[in-house]
Write a protein that binds this ligand. Structure first.
Ligand code: ZN
Ligand code: ZN
Length: 352
C-alpha cells in the first residue's frame, strides 16, 4: 500500500481529473485536502523519476495536480515524513500548507530556543511560510488522546505561547485535533485555552481560571493549582512523541524523564480537593500514573506493569459516558493494544 507516483504524468492526470469531477459533484466545497498515507517512510514512490524527490516534493506534485483548475484551496499536508519543506517543487498558487507538527516537543513552546526538537520544527514552519508565501495553516494536537496516551496533560502555558508565536509568524489559522467527549474531559483546559487563544492569543492564559470556575465551582483555585502542578510534571513526559511509545532516538532521555515524573506524580493526589467531578479527576490521575509508571518500566527494560495498566484502563472505561465518551469506553483499550504490540516489536529500548 502506498501513494501515487509523483512523477507519472498519466497518474497525476487521473488524480487531477478525479479531483475536478469531485469538485463538480460538490460545488460548495471550500477546500480540498490531499493527504498521503499516514506512514513514516516507504509510502512514497521509488521509481527512477521519484527516487530523487523527497516525500514532501512528491506530495506537493500531487497537490499541484489537484490544484490545477480546482478553483478552491488545496491543502498539502506537512506531517510525519512530509514535515520538511519541499525543495525542488514550487506550490501552485492554489496550494496551502497544512503544518501538522505531531512529533514536536509539547514540554516547550514551539518557539522556545532552549528546545532543540522544536527549533527544527520552527525552522520547518518558517520555510513553509516562505515557500507558500504565507499560505500556511497549522494543525495542532493539544487534545490528542492517542499522542498523549489518554493521560492528563494540561498545556496551558505552551498553548498560550504557541498561539502568540503562530500569529506573529504569519500563520493564517490554527486548528486542533480533539477526540470528542474524552478530549473535553482529559484536555478540557487545553480546548478552552485553544478556543480562546485562537481568537486572541493573549486570552489563552485566562482559560485555566475560567475552566476551573465553570467546572469546579468553589474548588476552582485549588484545582487551578493542581492543573498547574500537573502541567509542570507532565511537561517532562510529553517531549518524545507518542507517550505510549517514545521515539527511538529519544528513549535514553525519556527513560530518566519518565522515572522522574513517576516520583513527582505521586505527590499530586494530595492536591486534588473535594470538587465536582472529583472521581473522574482522580481516575484520570491514577490512570496517568499507571501509564507513566508502565512506560518508565519498559524504558528501563523492567517488566511492564500490565495488570496495573489494565485496571487503570478499566476504571477509565467505567466512568460515566458523559465524562469519557465512546473513546474512553472503547477506543482507549484498543489504542493500548496497538501500542503494546509496537513496544513488543521494539525491544531493548534503553540500549538503543
Ligand atoms: Zn514514481
Ligand atoms: Zn522541548
Amino acid at each position: 500500500m502506498g501513494n501515487v507516483c509523483g512523477t507519472s504524468t498519466a497518474a497525476l492526470a487521473v488524480v487531477g481529473r478525479r479531483a475536478r469531477e469531485l469538485r463538480a459533484l460538490l460545488p460548495h466545497t471550500g477546500s480540498i485536502h490531499v493527504w498521503g498515507h499516514d506512514l513514516w517512510s516507504g509510502g512514497w514512490c521509488a521509481c527512477s523519476g521519484c527516487r530523487r524527490l523527497s516525500p514532501s516534493d512528491q506530495a506537493l506534485r500531487v497537490g499541484n495536480a489537484v490544484a490545477a483548475g480546482a478553483g478552491v484551496d488545496v491543502f498539502h499536508l506537512a506531517y510525519h515524513d512530509t514535515i520538511a519543506p519541499p525543495t525542488t517543487v514550487r506550490p501552485d498558487p492554489g496550494v496551502v500548507a497544512e503544518f501538522a507538527p505531531r512529533e514536536r516537543c509539547y514540554g516547550h513552546a514551539l518557539d522556545d530556543a532552549t528546545c532543540a526538537v522544536n527549533l527544527r520544527y520552527r525552522a520547518a514552519l518558517e520555510a513553509h511560510l516562505a515557500l507558500f508565501e504565507g499560505r500556511v495553516d497549522v494543525f495542532e494536537y493539544y487534545g490528542d488522546a492517542i499522542l498523549f496516551g489518554g493521560c492528563a496533560v494540561p498545556l496551558l502555558e505552551v498553548i498560550a505561547r504557541d498561539l502568540d508565536f503562530y500569529a506573529h509568524a504569519g500563520v493564517r489559522g490554527v486548528s486542533c485535533l480533539v477526540f470528542g467527549t474524552y478530549s473535553l474531559s482529559a484536555y478540557g483546559a487545553n480546548v478552552e485555552a485553544f478556543a480562546r487563544g485562537a481568537l486572541a492569543p493573549g486570552a489563552a492564559r485566562a482559560a485555566a481560571a475560567t475552566r476551573c470556575a465553570h467546572r469546579y465551582g468553589a474548588a476552582a483555585p485549588a484545582m487551578a493549582s493542581y492543573l498547574a502542578a500537573l502541567e509542570r510534571v507532565m511537561a517532562g513526559v510529553v517531549q518524545y512523541g507518542d507517550v505510549l511509545l517514545p521515539a527511538r532516538e529519544h528513549r535514553p532521555a525519556a527513560r530518566s524523564a519518565y522515572a522522574t515524573a513517576v516520583r513527582e506524580l505521586a505527590d499530586l493526589g494530595a492536591l486534588l480537593t473535594a470538587a465536582p467531578h472529583l472521581a473522574a479527576e482522580r481516575a484520570l490521575l491514577d490512570y496517568t500514573v499507571a501509564v507513566v509508571a508502565t512506560l518508565a518500566a519498559w524504558l528501563g527494560a523492567d517488566p511492564e506493569r500490565d495488570a496495573v495498566l489494565a485496571d487503570a484502563i478499566r476504571r477509565i472505561a467505567a466512568l460515566d459516558p458523559s465524562v469519557v465518551g465512546t473513546w474512553g469506553a472503547y477506543n482507549l483499550e484498543m489504542t493500548h493494544g496497538f501500542f503494546a504490540n509496537a513496544r513488543r516489536e521494539s525491544r531493548a529500548p534503553a540500549a538503543d
